[in-house]
Design a protein around this ligand. Structure first.
Ligand code: SF4
Length: 335
């Protein structure tokens, strides 16, 4: 299968050192200069197949949202390549990136923050259509916007209202409409239901799944909610501290998790009729991405860690059946 998107060895680091004065440290009678770098994404490689939903999961701060934003060109990677339909796009200028802006869209977690409060829904939806399709007449633009509003379940009679006049669920529908109105092929959805009431979440998920079916969309679905991911994704990538731990088809990952971190995450999902005491508690806190542990980034919390784990970064191994794992314990057959 030809990949729609290939992410190859991506690093995304943020220098938060501040001014030169902020970087100067005084210790032992000497002044030294030290940079502070947040290593949000580290050597992540993933392929995204056309028409699939690839979920990226992990705790807050694991780098999943940074990865999505880097793929969309909102951040420039420090290292690695992003290839879309065979074309490398990670070094393109804003003007060279324009054709990809229509094909690749993003839906954000907080619809209130991502919609301009001073624009009506019509203006929010018409503006990108006009910009990317200058040949369309006013009537055609209006028709397209009305069609997409209907598809996401917002009556076009509300097009003259402002975002604050809608509920959270309706605002997320409008965010999705803004992504769909450019007829994209690929959408990165960054925790699209996390800010919504539980009663609304299922409606928005169904909307995303219907849109995928009708339009043949491909999703990169960022979430910390494993129950949702199990329900909607074809494959799942698990990240910890900016690194890829495991990548597998959803059914395989949920029935037979290999990586110790994946096992711990899955054991925390509440199951109907599940046995008490099945939850694997991880010891310690998540280390800071400013000062990554040596070797496997999970070794400080892993019940299977040994000396090799603290010294050597595990390579991502292909186990067959589209399953990839980065773990010395799995490689050595002791997990
Ligand atoms: Fe645990 Fe070692 Fe595997 Fe890391 S490489 S997950 S520390 S067993």
């Amino acid at each position: 299968m030809k990949n729609l998107l290939e992410i190859k060895g991506i690093d995304k680091h943020f220098d938060i050192s501040g001014s030169i004065l902020d970087q100067l440290k005084f210790a032992g009678g000497k002044v030294t200069r030290k940079k502070t770098v947040v290593k949000a994404v580290n050597d992540v490689s993933l392929d995204v197949h056309p028409g699939e939903t690839l979920a990226v999961v992990g705790e807050s701060g694991c780098g999943k949202s940074t990865l999505a934003r880097t793929v969309l060109g909102l951040y420039r990677p420090n290292r690695g390549e992003i290839i879309y339909r065979g074309e490398r796009i990670d070094r393109l200028s804003p003007s060279q990136m324009l054709p990809y802006r229509t094909r690749m869209q993003m839906v954000f977690q907080d619809p209130y923050a991502s919609l301009n409060p001073r624009m009506t829904v019509r203006q929010i939806l018409e503006e990108p259509v006009r910009f990317h399709n200058p040949s369309l007449s006013r009537g055609e633009v209006k028709e397209k916007v009305a069609e997409v509003m209907l598809q996401v379940g917002v009556d076009p009679v509300w097009a003259t209202n402002f975002p604050h006049e809608f509920s959270g669920g309706q605002r997320q529908r409008i965010s999705i409409a803004r992504a769909l109105v450019l007829d994209p092929e690929f959408i990165a959805a960054d925790e699209p239901i996390a800010a919504l009431d539980v009663s609304i979440q299922a409606q928005i998920l169904n909307l995303l799944m219907d849109a995928q079916e009708q339009r043949g969309l491909t999703y990169l679905f960022i979430s910390h909610d494993l129950s949702v991911v199990e329900h909607i994704s074809n494959r799942v990538a698990v990240m910890y501290l900016g690194c890829l731990c495991e990548l597998a088809p959803a059914g395989e990952l949920f029935s037979n998790p290999r990586h110790p971190y994946t096992r711990a995450l899955l054991s925390a999902i509440p199951r109907l009729g599940g046995q008490a005491g099945g939850h694997t508690r991880l010891s310690g806190d998540v280390p800071t991405p400013i000062n990554l542990p040596t070797g496997c980034v999970f070794h400080g919390r892993c019940p299977h860690a040994d000396e090799r784990c603290s010294r050597e970064i595990p390579a991502v191994m292909n186990l067959g059946g589209d399953v990839q794992v980065a773990c010395h314990g799995v490689e050595e057959g002791r997990i």
